[in-house]
Write a protein that binds this ligand. Structure first.
Ligand code: DGJ
Length: 373
């Protein structure tokens, strides 16, 4: 009887709530059960006609940014209506686990590996009780986009490996560099030429805000905020996407970028990032490059109009290519609510390309017809 009641209830809920036919950025976004979607810092993966949205499952109250459940997943065929698929990577109740309850799991992204047939999730992991010091990249695997994902390992990328094209003369510490005062021009120069790469050479490079990108040739990359969030690193993944090839580069050294989101159009790579102001919004940046390895050309703030200097009160997390539609890209961002993280909302906006630059304009309400106007 209980089972029949819950089936009837869920059918009624889907009939009542499956009615979204537009995006309403920044507002409450209800899933097909009528509950605000809980998938923050997320990314979307497309499999066999279905989009899967993975994200940080937040909880209520000040502690709600630590992971008490794990990574959530929602599915959708139309991008407007999302069904809760539950927690697909669960934190563990075992204090010795790296993903023990109360750790920090941020910005999960899932990619499919054609060779192994596995779904590979990368995320930013902070060990319980250590603030943001661990700065690890973590990986989990599943046979199914709906999970469950099995946690594999977490670590700092590129331990003992210099980035590509790193000048030999910068491989040893410069005299007095560790005494430089932060934010002076000397200090910024030292960062640019790799002071923090040297500092972290033995223990591996930091990996905080991140995304993953699969190129047309199936090579995949982790793009991660490193060097105390001062410099982004682009690290190539092995063919099974479970490890690093040791081929990596630095992007925008000392540029202080977070929230990397990347897409490719007409053979050119575009990246949208944020600055670093904790949970507070700031001005987004954009870049383009003809190669994933750079050089990345800064293109300025992609946002225009009111509140453009605050990315419309949000922070980038991912760029979603609309499937089967050439050049339809959706910018996905989070409007964080650190006092009650569960209330964080989502700002999804269409990306327009104007004079070779991505442009974001605020929309109160929009739908995919925007792209064919
Ligand atoms: C900004 C980052 O983009 C978020 O993912 C999160 O790490 C917060 N900082 C924490 O303050």
């Amino acid at each position: 009887m209980k089972l029949i009641n819950s089936i009837v209830l869920s059918l009624v809920c889907s009939l009542v709530f499956s009615q979204n036919n537009s995006f309403i950025p920044g507002k409450q976004w209800k899933d097909t059960n009528g509950v605000h979607i809980n998938a923050h810092g997320g990314g979307v993966t497309f499999v066999d006609g279905v989009y899967y949205w993975y994200g940080e499952y937040k909880t209520a109250g000040r502690g709600g940014n630590t992971s008490l459940q794990g990574v959530s997943c929602y599915s959708s065929k139309d991008l407007y209506n999302w069904t809760n698929e539950g927690i697909v990577l669960k934190v563990e109740n075992n204090l010795s686990s790296e993903i023990t309850k109360g750790c920090i799991i941020e910005r999960p992204k899932v990619i499919f590996n054609k060779k192994t047939g596995k779904y590979v999730m990368w995320f930013h992991l902070e060990l319980k009780g250590q603030g943001y010091d661990a700065a690890r990249a973590a990986v989990a695997v599943s046979d199914n986009p709906r999970g469950p994902f099995q946690f594999k390992k977490s670590y700092r990328p590129n331990k003992g490996v210099w980035p590509m094209n790193f000048d030999d003369k910068f491989k040893s510490a410069l005299i007095g560099e560790n005494k430089l005062k932060s934010w002076t021009s000397e200090w910024l120069t030292a960062i640019k030429i790799g002071m923090l790469v040297r500092r972290d050479f033995e223990k591996g490079q930091m990996s905080r805000d991140m995304t993953v990108f699969v190129d047309d040739n199936d090579k995949a990359y982790l793009i991660h905020a490193s060097e105390d969030n001062l410099t982004l690193h682009i690290s190539e993944l092995t063919d099974d996407y479970l490890d690093f090839t040791e081929k990596w580069t630095r992007m925008a050294p000392a540029g202080h970028n977070e929230g990397p989101a990347i897409f490719k159009k007409d053979g050119v790579y575009y990246m949208i990032t944020s600055g670093c102001t904790g949970w507070d919004p700031n001005e987004a940046r954009s870049f383009s490059s003809k190669s994933i390895w750079g050089p990345w050309k800064p293109l300025g703030n992609p946002c225009v109009g009111k509140d453009a200097s605050l990315t419309f009160h949000s922070q980038s997390t991912c760029v979603l290519p609309v499937q089967g539609k050439k050049d339809q890209f959706i910018f996905m961002a989070d409007r964080w609510k650190p006092d009650n993280p569960i209330d964080g909302s989502y700002v999804w906006l269409p990306i327009e390309m104007i004079n070779g630059k991505p442009v974001l304009k605020w929309q109160d309400k929009w739908n995919l017809e925007f792209f064919i106007k």
